[in-house]
Design a protein around this ligand. Structure first.
Ligand code: ADE
Length: 281
């Protein structure tokens, strides 16, 4: 999977060289390039924002700078206004006339002859990003994330690229406001890429997790050894060696915990996924 990220703080994504993500990069499973939006500015101050039209506090990210950057990374040339120049066409001279981005530009979408990227903007006012979205996006070949800052980005940016035929998504990662999109992109990126075949050491650990599968429940609690620690015991059934009983215990606990903590998940359960014993719980 190819991943491009645009941010005014591209260094933020240096952490992607660590841990499982770092290993996945080294093995070529994911190829990440973090671009600096300011590389597409032309003024001495490299400004990317301006005051909000209609008044109000803070600054809004300017559409012109984002457009030069995204045209380049999406492989859309000057003819992009024409509907037939929609994403998916491969631009041989992407971004002609723009300031070339720094050394990382050669990994942009412009030099791939494959599928157009899905363009994703984190936005606290957008629909919630869920495991379902992570699963769907894990099948994409190329993702392009745009990190907003300040009071956000000009609303015409996603609107324009949608009109060009680009698959544009806007997602919130939760009902709280962050200082910018970088953390939200990191969250989405981790949720998506850990679903890639070969990313995790143990594929089973993905299958059994909360929010996945036809009957998404919060996961049962986990224990390790010793069986008694500081006077607290592991539930006996887990030590019984009876796999049927262990499975039933875990399933009951998952149902009870979900019912208590996240009743909304129980309400959206596929009732066909419930067996007779589940219904008693
Ligand atoms: N940017 C700021 N807050 C955000 C949130 N909760 N989700 C996505 N992007 C954001």
């Amino acid at each position: 999977m190819k991943i491009d990220i645009v941010s005014v703080f591209p260094e933020y994504f240096d952490v992607l060289n660590l841990s499982l993500f770092g290993k996945a990069q080294a093995r070529g499973l994911v190829e990440v390039t973090a671009h600096n939006l300011r590389d597409w500015t032309h003024d001495v101050h490299h400004s990317v924002d301006d005051t909000p039209v209609g008044g109000g506090a803070g600054m809004v990210m300017k559409p012109e700078v984002w457009a030069e950057c995204l045209d380049d990374l999406l492989g859309l040339g000057a003819e992009a206004d024409a509907p037939e120049a929609a994403a998916g066409t491969v631009a041989s001279e992407a971004g002609a006339g723009t300031v070339a981005p720094a050394a990382d530009a050669d990994t942009s979408a412009a030099d791939t002859d494959t599928v157009a990227p899905v363009l994703i903007f984190p936005n606290p006012s957008a629909p919630l990003f869920t495991q379902r979205d992570a699963t769907e996006l894990s099948h994409a070949d190329h993702l392009l994330f745009g990190c907003g800052r300040y009071e956000g980005y000009d609303a015409r940016i996603p609107e324009y690229y949608r009109a060009q035929g680009v698959d544009v998504r806007e997602y919130s990662i939760g009902d709280y406001v962050l200082n910018g999109g970088e953390v939200a992109v990191s969250v989405m990126l981790e949720a998506i890429t850990r679903l890639l075949p070969g990313f995790m050491g143990n594929a089973e650990s993905i299958v059994e997790e909360s929010y996945t599968g036809a009957n998404a429940l919060l996961e049962h609690r986990q224990y390790t050894k010793p069986a008694v620690w500081r006077g607290l015991s592991v539930p006996d059934v887990l030590l019984s060696g009876d796999h049927g009983k262990v499975d039933r215990f875990r399933r009951d606990e998952a149902l009870a915990r979900t019912n208590e903590i996240r009743p909304d998940l129980i309400e959206s359960l596929d009732c066909h996924a419930l067996d007779k014993a589940d219904r008693k719980t």
